[in-house]
Write a protein that binds this ligand. Structure first.
Ligand SMILES: [Zn+2]
Ligand SMILES: [Zn+2]
Length: 291
């Protein structure tokens, strides 16, 4: 689904890969969280929820072109398929280095995954003449806000947001030659995010619909304090509107929908609370939507 006319080559494309917040797999329509920027044709993957490899393929990205991965935090809905994505890239012919950015324990998580695949990697190196996947992965742990990295005309910066009980949780901002795009990551209402997103073209913000929580909590009987976690760690529709308005962004994209697998919640219902405070364009994200 395309919201805007196709952009010319050499520009920045934003594609939502998975728009359902949370770790539960199932339901129709939405995959677990991940996002894609294609900048001059180079993929930048932001978060690796379950299904990210398949969603990249569906978005037309060959997995052996993997180059940059950014993780906002280490809840499993954002990293469950991080290791397997690296592996799937290698299985598809990856030759170049992959740079991965994210909070600690990124290095440990990476090493532990690669260790779990040691038998297979060693066998395929010997038997199929493959390169060593372990030598292609370069991790960069982020433990403070500010500058993250620069690749040519792409500058990435981050802001530590509020997502208890995880302290190291980040929003990312990508400034390219033609667009500025901010991803909130997972966060409770966090006014500093508006400052971080000032002047951006697009803010992709997580969102939670309060009237949907009763049904959501009933669907997860083994998590007795889930409601308390959700209310302490995520942002309700009205507050997303406040952040977007204060930031001055023209376009707000709602993604990481909680609950993201309840078909009774319509796009109009997702937008209603946001609209009370934000007078710009609101897009209710869906998988493989390009903005
Ligand atoms: Zn999440
Ligand atoms: Zn989270």
């Amino acid at each position: 689904m395309s919201i805007e006319p196709a952009r010319t080559a050499g520009s920045t494309r934003l594609i939502l890969l998975g728009t359902k917040g949370g770790l539960r797999v199932g339901g129709e329509g939405r995959a677990n969280p991940s996002n894609l920027l294609l900048i001059d044709g180079v993929p930048y993957v932001v978060d690796c929820g379950y299904g990210v490899s398949r969603q990249l393929v569906r978005a037309g990205v060959a997995l052996n072109t993997l180059r940059y991965v950014f993780l906002t935090h280490h809840h499993s809905d954002h990293n469950l398929e991080y290791g397997p994505l690296l592996y799937n890239g290698w299985a598809t012919g990856l030759k170049q280095q992959v740079e991965v950015y994210g909070p600690p324990p990124l290095a440990h998580i990476t090493d532990a995954f690669l260790q779990s695949m040691k038998f297979d990697i060693d066998i395929r190196m010997a038997d199929e003449g493959r390169s060593d996947l372990r030598e292609l992965i370069c991790t960069h742990e982020i433990d403070h806000a500010g500058f993250v990295c620069r690749m040519g005309e792409v500058t990435v910066s981050c802001l530590r947001v509020r997502h208890p009980p995880i302290e190291n949780t980040y929003a990312y901002r990508f400034d390219t030659k033609d667009r500025s795009i901010v991803f909130s990551g997972d966060t409770a209402y966090f006014p500093e995010l508006a400052t971080f997103a000032k002047g951006a073209d697009v803010l992709v913000h997580e969102v939670m619909y309060r009237p949907g929580l009763d049904a959501l909590v009933k669907r997860v009987p083994n998590a007795s304090t889930l409601r308390e976690h959700l209310l302490a760690s995520h942002t309700l529709t009205e507050d997303v509107g406040r952040i977007a308005q204060a930031s001055g962004v023209q376009t707000l994209v709602l993604s990481h929908l909680v609950p993201g697998d309840d078909p009774t919640i319509t796009d109009a219902m997702w937008s209603e609370g946001v609209r009370k405070h934000f007078d710009g364009r609101i897009i209710v994200g869906s998988d493989l939507m390009e903005i």
